[in-house]
Ligand binder design. Sequence first.
Ligand SMILES: Cc1cc2nc3c(=O)[nH]c(=O)nc-3n(C[C@H](O)[C@H](O)[C@H](O)COP(=O)(O)O)c2cc1C
Length: 152
Amino acid sequence: MEALKLLNARKAVRQYNGQLTDDQLQAILTAANEGPVGMGQYDNYRLTVIQDPQVLKQMTNIYDAPTVIVVSAKNPGPMENISVGAIVHNMELAAEDQGVGANYNMAGVSSVPKDVLPAGFTGVFALTLGQTDESFTARDVAKDRIKTNVVK
Ligand SMILES: Cc1cc2nc3c(=O)[nH]c(=O)nc-3n(C[C@H](O)[C@H](O)[C@H](O)COP(=O)(O)O)c2cc1C
């Protein structure tokens, strides 16, 4: 999909009906690596792909997603939180460009079992993912959903 069309068509998808293919997952992880992070310090971040049903069962507010990708950071402060948001946004766009349902998730992060995250990293933000029946077509998004003032 063209970039601007994708930005319009993307949406929060919270209903899933199947697991991702390996190719879909790889494209999503590639997009994460293509994201910007503060000061280019990529080693301060980790991606954890959770597909183990036993682990997913311990997590809350993830809408029965078959895949959750948690982005964690070393000592997260404002710069790390923003960088993690950019990584997650890249992954959401890559997922939905392939017709995969995805949604940003903060509510489930505190329920991620600590032993699945790398030592020294704190879970910041996650993406829930799965196949979906939803289609990604043009959305009528209010142009002033975010109020704007122009200084000139
Ligand atoms: C920082 C952030 C945290 C979010 N956390 C959650 C969440 O925990 N659970 C959820 O269902 N949606 C979550 N969302 C998705 C938003 O609710 C959704 O993007 C917003 O309502 C706009 O809808 P749209 O994405 O379809 O345009 C989050 C979005 C962002 C950017």
